[in-house]
Design a protein around this ligand. Structure first.
Ligand code: C2E
Ligand code: MG
Ligand code: MG
Ligand code: MG
Length: 290
């Protein structure tokens, strides 16, 4: 029995060492990222990708969401889920979000100058901004510097930030509107306070989270989506369905009078140049006459 116990202890010790080692490697990795992120920003390793949003009434690409990627010189493409949590912890996300916003303003300026079709572009805003006084002034200064009509700019706030400070959030939405930008609630339905969010915050656009569409549609799930769309309309909000991957989903959302769809069914997020090539004319990309 004693030997058995010893063996178990040995195993435990082994496991602990293993996890300590993992932890240590993780910290080294995080340190490595922290040491390289500022340089990466200077070297333009962060790239804005665009994912089209398609209007179901006209079948046209009416906008796009800006989604950041880190094109690392040795590691290749890194997706936001692998660096944004760390950047939120160490505060770097404030700089990165502002960088993305400025890149988007630059792009819109170029589209105006080159008389390209103009599309509204949305950027994501980290919850960290809630505690940064006056950041929207900086956004407004950037928008004015590039002389971009503010209504072409949409700011996506995620539903989960509502928990943190509702009155602060309301002030921020007021500020967003005072600057002339549009404001959307991202990932709606993924959190816990969804209906309370609708009650309290006057956003212009409601983005229904992918979670509504990941499983096979049933009568019941369709009824829920339909009700959310109707509720949004009553509250004067545009609806965007996120994460749409199949044609039947598109047709069903069309019937439910959802305004806009975003998802792999049309396109994954892509480099700006590819977006410009693909959607260089203001043409319908889906058939809406049925
Ligand atoms: P999000 O804002 O909800 O963006 C939508 C995510 O869903 C994107 O993932 C997009 O690629 C993905 N997606 C779109 N259509 C489909 C689909 O049909 N199927 C599936 N499976 N996925 C789809 P991505 O680009 O990896 O970004 C993940 C999250 O990272 C974003 O979720 C957003 O919260 C955050 N993020 C991305 N860029 C930025 C940024 O510049 N600043 C901040 N603060 N957060 C960002
Ligand atoms: Mg988003
Ligand atoms: Mg979302
Ligand atoms: Mg999300």
């Amino acid at each position: 029995a004693a030997r058995k116990k010893n063996k178990q202890n040995g195993q435990l010790l082994c496991n602990n060492l293993f996890y300590e080692e993992l932890e240590r490697l993780n910290m080294i990795k995080e340190k490595e990222i922290e040491n390289s992120m500022e340089k990466a920003l200077e070297n333009h390793e962060f790239e804005v990708y665009l994912q089209p949003k398609v209007c179901l009434k006209t079948g046209k690409v009416i906008g796009a969401e800006a989604l950041v990627r880190w094109i690392h010189p040795t590691k290749g493409m890194i997706y936001p889920n692998d660096f944004i949590p760390l950047f939120e912890e160490n505060g770097f996300i404030l700089k990165l979000d502002q960088y993305v916003f400025e890149e988007v303003c630059k792009l819109l300026r170029r589209w105006i100058d080159e008389e390209k079709p103009l599309r509204r572009i949305s950027v994501n805003l980290s919850r960290n901004h809630l505690n940064k006084q006056g950041f929207l002034k900086e956004y407004s200064v950037i928008q004015k510097k590039y002389n971009v009509p503010p209504e072409l700019l949409e700011i996506e706030l995620t539903e989960t930030i509502v928990f943190e400070n509702l009155s602060l959030l309301k002030d921020i939405i007021d500020d967003i509107h005072n600057m002339g930008f549009l404001c959307s609630m991202d990932d709606f339905g993924s959190g816990y306070s969804s209906l309370n969010v609708l009650k309290e915050v006057p956003v212009d656009i409601l983005k229904l989270d992918r979670i509504f569409f990941v499983n096979e549609a049933t009568k019941r799930s369709n009824d829920v989506v339909q009700s959310v769309i109707e509720l949004a309309k009553k509250l004067d909000m545009e609806t965007v369905a996120e994460g749409i991957e199949t044609i039947p989903q598109v047709e069903s959302l069309q019937k439910m009078q959802c305004d806009i769809i975003q998802g792999y069914v049309f396109a994954k997020p892509m480099p700006i140049s590819e977006f410009e090539e693909k959607y260089n004319k203001d043409l319908a990309i889906i058939d809406v006459n049925h």
